[in-house]
Design a protein around this ligand. Sequence first.
Ligand SMILES: C[S@@+](CC[C@H](N)C(=O)[O-])C[C@H]1O[C@@H](n2cnc3c(N)ncnc32)[C@H](O)[C@@H]1O
Length: 183
Amino acid sequence: MTKADEVLAEIEGMTEEQFLPIVGPDKGKILVKAFQKVKPKHILEVGTLIGYSAILIGKELDEDATITTIEIHAAEAKEAEENVKHAEIPAKVKVIVGDALKVIPTLKDCYDAVFIDAEKTEYYEYLRLMEDKLHRRTVIVADNAGIFADQMQNYLDYVRKSGKYQSRYVQVGEDSVEVSIKL
Ligand SMILES: C[S@@+](CC[C@H](N)C(=O)[O-])C[C@H]1O[C@@H](n2cnc3c(N)ncnc32)[C@H](O)[C@@H]1O
């Protein structure tokens, strides 16, 4: 078992005692598979929590890959940094503390893969704010497209109907992720 697997197992164990809305191993498999197809070097995550998904994504990447992840709460961001450090993953992880609605417009990189997993009613705004930093074939995975579909309907309508994305709904147990590829 690698250090990353140990940290992931530890965080999964924490969910048995406290509410911790991590993506989890099942939806996580879909996320990692979707990202592996594009071999991303620059990854953007919106909603770090304590770093579970960043570690899950980062453990499969090369040393020259960078994950930029945004978390509004400083305490969670600090815990994420510690977890990432313990996980010893090859990819570099940069945790930015702040409101994604304010942080995204300040980002300079172009992203090959994006994971959106923060405030459900803001998914559409996150995407619109980052759209000039995405390129053809950038893959965007949005969590909770099943259980919180009503709160992110504008996002789902946009990726499915704007003509700018090829999008599919992937059911995983009782929830789902929306996997969208920029055209
Ligand atoms: C569902 S959790 C993320 C789980 C994480 N992606 C994982 O799977 O391990 C959502 C996180 O988004 C953060 N968040 C909510 N609104 C945000 C915003 N506007 N900007 C940045 N982070 C936000 C919350 O504080 C919370 O930690």
